[in-house]
Design a protein around this ligand. Sequence first.
Ligand SMILES: NC(=O)c1ccc[n+]([C@@H]2O[C@H](COP(=O)([O-])OP(=O)(O)OC[C@H]3O[C@@H](n4cnc5c(N)ncnc54)[C@H](OP(=O)(O)O)[C@@H]3O)[C@@H](O)[C@H]2O)c1
Length: 319
Amino acid sequence: MQRFLVLGGTGFIGRHFCEKASELECRLTVLTRRSDSAKAVQTLPWVDVIVGDAHDEATLNRLVAGHDAVVNLVAILHGSEAAFHRVHVALVEKLVRACQTSGVRRVLHVSALGAAPDAPSMYQRSKAQGEAVLTASGLDVALLRPSVVFGAGDQFLNLFAKLQAVFPVMPLAGAKTRFQPVWVEDVAQAMVELLQRLVRGTLTVGAGRVFEACGPDVFTLADLVRLAGRYAGHPRPILPLPAALARLQALLMEFAPGKTLMSRDNLDSMRVDNVATGKVAGLLALGISASALETIAPSYLQAVDSDPMLKRRRSAGRF
Ligand SMILES: NC(=O)c1ccc[n+]([C@@H]2O[C@H](COP(=O)([O-])OP(=O)(O)OC[C@H]3O[C@@H](n4cnc5c(N)ncnc54)[C@H](OP(=O)(O)O)[C@@H]3O)[C@@H](O)[C@H]2O)c1
């Protein structure tokens, strides 16, 4: 039986991947910083959860050893340049060293569509640096680059649905930016396929190891917000924000208390469309016919209105 170490396995995509990995007849070791985050995966019989710090090289070395491959999904969406470097680059460097030390050769790394050294955002540039570290490592690497990912529990369509359940209008930055949203189950399936190919050694060298994960349709952000509102039963007028106001909104949201929903770096990333380049293979090359957003999103966004936290906040007059 194959054993895979999963970093970031408790997150949105990681949880779906861990479930889907039952198809692999494998054991997964999922590393998390907090056992609380692992609730959704720890009941899966093929998953062992370990609490620890992936940034600690001794921990990483000890954990990598004895596995047949490592899956890396660790990422942050907001932070300083140093924070992005620590999570998207330095951690990958540590992972490469741990793999080299313990003789584990296979790594499946989930990057992001738009990762490029000259990309407009720190997130995308640091993702490109992480990819470059892996590509230069000499390890047996597969890279998956999803566009924005939707599905039950996403932080994207759900957020726009919840905002529209509370606010009468939607002031929107980056309204015209185009995305090619991909269903989380299709991303998880792509990861399973890539792991199988890594294990069998059937991936070709160079660009044959890089895959874009995109859905069948392209939408502007305004289209997506409109759909999220409609599916959740609260469609609101969208107010596209001019650049200066969009920046001010992002700045205020960075410093607002609670979880960061939007940052200036997010805004920067929306200066380029997030759609398949076609320069590398896509999901079809992995035998996956991507599902359309319109067939999946209504089912889980309809539940947004009955979210008890949202109801409490709405009745208290705040989101
Ligand atoms: N979701 C999307 O729309 C999307 C689109 C394109 C690309 N991606 C990429 O797909 C991957 C997974 O994304 P996701 O949406 O599933 O992410 P997520 O839900 O935010 O999960 C992130 C995971 O990383 C771990 N993590 C976060 N910060 C960390 C830190 N500072 N140190 C160590 N571990 C940390 C968390 O583990 P614990 O909290 O359990 O420790 C969690 O399991 C990422 O590489 C992301 O860039 C996602």
